[in-house]
Design a protein around this ligand. Sequence first.
Ligand code: SF4
Ligand code: SF4
Length: 299
Amino acid sequence: MPAVSVWNKCNNRCIMCTNGKEYSNGSSEQYTLKKQIEKMEKYLRGDRAVFYKGAEDPGYITLTGGEPTLHPDFLKLVCYYRRRCPGLEITLLTNGRTLEDKVFMQKYLSAAGTPARTIIPVHSSDPEEHDYVSGVKGSFVQTMRGLENLFAFAPADHKIGIRFIQHGTGKKRLERTLSMLLRKFPDTARYTVAIIHFEIEGCSLSNEKDIHISLKDSAKEVLEAKPLIDHFPNLFLYHYPLCVLDESLRCRAKITLPEEERVYPEEKCGICCRREDCLGLMIDYHRLFGDSELEPLKK
Ligand code: SF4
Ligand code: SF4
């Protein structure tokens, strides 16, 4: 099942958003309830081309955007997906702000049923820093309330995920954020955490100079946070080549990008023993910064 772009508008303006302005400023006409249902019905009849991401993987359906919950018929759409895709895990990627409304949250949980998963990004423990990253004053408070509601109301079999996008904003931002998560949500077995080196695409490409951090420096910050990371059994690292990570952290790395968005420079990866279970380099990162950080592994 595919990643469905539910709605192209968002109430955040994140500094590292992978959507470009042309996407969010464009018309929402193709995202109406009717159009979304037509697309999914076509897909279910076998037309894989209607969705361009994840269309070949039948195991899940991911609702993304923009901010999916801003869709005027969001709840109807979730009910429809639940009905037409019974048994499939519905994953909602949301900035969590609308979920601060407890009534809306409960309606969403009931529409999604099970299996389902909600993933919310947290950008910092510091409200001002989070709001700087999200581009909207007050968003930290709303996102944290949304997360708190999720922990309070989601049934035990509704999966909860938190994301942290690693970029060059703020000193020790990762460590501070993990400390806050540990304090606020101490049952770390209840949820997953993904630390994601940012992708250079859309707004993050325009802002690259402001938020730049090399993969090596990013991995160094992850290593510095290891004493905290050790408290999270379900914490994973996305978008890191194995060779930039400390050996003790490589078991947490996941390959989450499709093949066409990754590259394995032959001179390095061709003589590396971890080629098969490594993400390689993100293609846009390689285009801008080359492969000088890679060091083939021997074991
Ligand atoms: S990253 Fe997500 S929450 Fe942030 S502006 Fe983009 S779509 Fe909105
Ligand atoms: S050299 Fe290539 S295959 Fe080996 S760990 Fe680094 S990126 Fe991965």
